[in-house]
Design a protein around this ligand. Sequence first.
Ligand SMILES: [Zn+2]
Length: 302
Amino acid sequence: MSGSAGPQFRWLAAAVAALLACFGAFTGGAQERAEIPAPVVRLAYRSLQPGEPLLVLLESASTVRSAAVTFLDRTAELRPAPDGGGVFAFLGIDLQTKPGAHALIVKVVKTDGTVERVEKELLVVDKDFPSTKLTLKAEYVTPPASVLGRIKRESELIALAMSVVTPEWLGDGPFALPHVAPSWSNFGQRRLNNNVLQSLHTGLDLRVPFGESIKATNAGRVAMASDLYMGGKTVIIDHGLGVFSSYGHLSELLVKRGEAVTKGQTVGLCGSTGRSTGPHLHWAFKILGARVDPEAMLRLPL
Ligand SMILES: [Zn+2]
């Protein structure tokens, strides 16, 4: 992996140093008899806040038989990183994660069979997301009873499609914008109706004109290409390792489920299908089910 991240997102030396110190203490213990050196773990994140993705990288993978990381009740196997640069995994701090200390646990089985387990507390700090007041009447925010079954069934299908973790990285370098367009920077926006939280905006809206090409943010495989009641015509791409991107309210679907896509390939055309008030792209990411900010995904140092 190259270090060509934007200025706001790179491998954080402070956090890395802290984790290395943790590993150093562990490997210096009396129970350590093997000649095999301790693997070096690095973390990369923009900030430790709700809606932020993290990368966990283990160098010196030749001494590692298998490794897994657990954080916020999600466990990810570390798998080969691009360019032979060790093994790595993606993690996400879900949009609604409560601030506070959360343990990150790395369990490594080395080639000699010995197991190392390291725990590090990461402090997730609060984030002020934008909020907006809804002026819609109840009948517009509450779908008619006749479609509730369809909405439930579709949300189950989406969850099912995103629950399959492909055990290899399908991506090709860093994530890219699906269309070069200004965004509303509205990821995580709280939508209040009479000051009661009505809904959370779990993606990022891009001001893309009607009919323009929407491109795959990275290489992967199409996990879903369907016309949904809420999201309208929607494409979901599996990038491997539990990372999924989705593209909603399209006017046309140009890929099919199961199809391999390259980074930058047109997957659909911008539209306003589903519950949308005008042409735009609703772009969203999940990492092992955690909802994370697409703008942060763009800056992951891949
Ligand atoms: Zn949206």
